[in-house]
Design a protein around this ligand. Structure first.
Ligand SMILES: [Zn+2]
Length: 113
């Protein structure tokens, strides 16, 4: 499913499953897409560069891809099995974690009672 704000792109015949994203604000786009399509959520499992699967990585195996400061500050890494991109819980992680937590909370079935 291609999600886009480009109506011209969505009209192309090669696009067999596409949907227009109404808002230009990322927060609203996320809520819109989650409410319309309710995709299964699996946070922190996919590479944001290529969508490959992430796997835990040892610092020793990814050290050549890290700046010295990163190596000193973090011990837990994930690496994309397809493109090799390395991830760690850096400065933006708390903000991202809050976004993910809200998405998971919004998508959880409402409890009875
Ligand atoms: Zn990747």
């Amino acid at each position: 499913m291609l999600l886009s704000r480009d109506r011209g792109l969505l009209r192309r015949r090669e696009i067999w499953a596409g949907a227009y994203v109404y808002s230009h604000r990322p927060d609203d786009q996320l809520k819109d897409v989650l409410s319309r399509f309710a995709p299964p959520l699996a946070p922190w499992t996919r590479c944001t560069a290529c969508n490959g699967l992430l796997r835990q990585a040892r610092k020793e195996t990814v050290h050549d891809r890290l700046h010295d400061g990163t190596q000193r500050s973090f011990d837990v890494y994930a690496q994309c099995a397809d493109c090799g991109q390395v991830y760690w819980r850096g400065a933006h992680h708390a903000h991202l974690e809050a976004i993910v937590a809200e998405a998971l909370r919004d998508q959880a079935p409402a409890s009875a009672g």
